[in-house]
Design a protein around this ligand. Structure first.
Ligand SMILES: Nc1ncnc2c1ncn2[C@@H]1O[C@H](COP(=O)(O)OP(=O)(O)OP(=O)(O)O)[C@@H](O)[C@H]1O
Ligand SMILES: [Mg+2]
Length: 367
């Protein structure tokens, strides 16, 4: 269940609901899609809105930690092929994700579905068509507030420009590179405070991928970056080109496994999750009711403070409730509660921390 308190945040849940519904409709009318949760129910109370979707497995961030920060290269290629499939479906249905990252991609449930990756968290996704029937693309906007996560967002997002499908693909590339890099991380991930430096490094990578990419990265990634470099805002994406390039790296990596389905955690995820729970590696977050209660209590407290003049207004309440995640991403505190509760990041996502200084402009910044 994902919740959103009324009045304290941008309406992220309503777009999540639309996307899950539209993907489901597409799946019924066009081609059966995997990679997305099913929307089971939704509604609202006086204080908050909620959606219920299928409960899946842990995020790729968590699985990596469970595997002691080691994804094999062939597993990353398999993940990249599946994530590409998911992004293609989203674009086809008419949305760009705008916040792709390992924390927003989860495995299916062990034992039978954990080889399938699911893309979630559409809180800052955006419609791309003026009208779904004509499929005419919306015009490029002049200036857009920052919507994304500093570590993974594309250059357009950093520069507050409108993002299109090609920009989503840029974020896709950073996500795949992050998965390849395991412990080392992306070239800019050590210091996420200096946005200028991050932009410079991302620009350098796109200007000369062959030189900038770590030698252990398959050369297909460099060709994919070169291909994306040639695209303009409105251009469609040649997903097949990207897929062929990815699959071609299997021979470079000398992997014999031709399927996209064998993952490093195949057959061991349940055990890994059990052990991590025992060792308290992945802390179980508090129960569903407690979390929701805590959030509502916090909101109530903040509202009381606002009305007694201790906080200047409702916006301050929202700021008080801002959360921060492992990628240094910030955003309004959409709650996510599960009954399995095996996941470390869920716990850290729920942590309410003091927000950083909010800049002049209204934005759904997760920098
Ligand atoms: N359907 C689901 N089944 C299992 N786990 C989920 C599901 N949806 C989300 N999660 C877990 O909860 C975490 C947070 O969910 P999500 O990213 O949708 O929320 P969010 O508040 O928008 O996150 P953030 O703003 O931190 O990116 C995910 O990283 C994932 O581990
Ligand atoms: Mg998320």
């Amino acid at each position: 269940m994902k919740t959103e308190i009324h009045g304290t945040q941008q309406r992220r849940l309503s777009i999540e609901k639309s996307i899950l519904k539209e993907i489901d409709a597409y799946s019924t009318s066009h081609q059966k899609t995997r990679h997305f949760c099913e929307l089971i129910d939704s509604g609202q109370t006086h204080d908050y809105s909620w959606i219920v979707m299928t409960l899946i497995g842990p995020s790729l961030d968590i699985v990596r930690r469970l595997l002691n920060k080691q994804y094999s290269k062939s597993c990353v290629i398999n993940m990249a092929v599946q994530i590409l499939d998911a992004v293609e479906i989203m674009h086809e249905v008419g949305f760009i994700h705008r916040d792709l990252k390992p924390g927003n991609i989860c495995t299916g449930n062990p034992p039978n579905d954990d080889h399938v990756l699911y893309v979630l968290d559409f809180g800052i996704s955006r419609r791309i068509f003026k009208n779904n029937k004509s499929r005419e693309l919306r015009n490029k906007r002049e200036r857009v507030p920052f919507y994304g996560t500093r570590k993974f967002c594309n250059r357009a997002c950093h520069m507050e420009q409108d993002q299109g499908r090609k920009d989503d693909m840029e974020t896709y590339v950073y996500t795949i590179l992050d998965l390849f890099h395991n412990e080392k991380g992306l070239p800019w991930s050590k210091d996420l405070t200096d946005q200028k430096k991050i932009i410079m490094k991302k620009k350098a990578l796109f200007a000369n991928p062959h030189k900038e990419l770590d030698p252990m990265i398959p050369s297909s990634i460099s060709r994919i970056i070169n291909y994306l470099n040639g695209l303009k805002f409105q251009d469609p994406i040649d997903y097949r080109f990207i897929e062929i390039e990815l699959k071609s790296s299997r021979s470079e990596l000398k992997t014999s496994d031709p399927s996209d389905e064998t993952m490093d955690w195949t057959g061991k995820l349940e055990k890994l999750l059990r052990e991590s729970k025992k060792n308290k590696k992945a802390e179980t977050p508090k129960g569903e009711e407690t979390l929701m209660f805590e959030r509502l209590t916090l909101l109530k407290k903040a509202k009381e403070m606002a009305s007694s003049g201790q906080l200047s207004n409702e916006a301050s309440c929202a700021k008080t409730l801002t959360s921060k995640d492992v990628d240094g991403s910030e955003g309004p505190p959409t709650g996510f509660n599960t009954t399995q509760g095996t996941n470390e990041s869920r716990a850290s996502n729920m942590k309410i921390e003091k927000p950083p200084k909010i800049e002049k402009k209204k934005s759904r910044s997760r920098n």
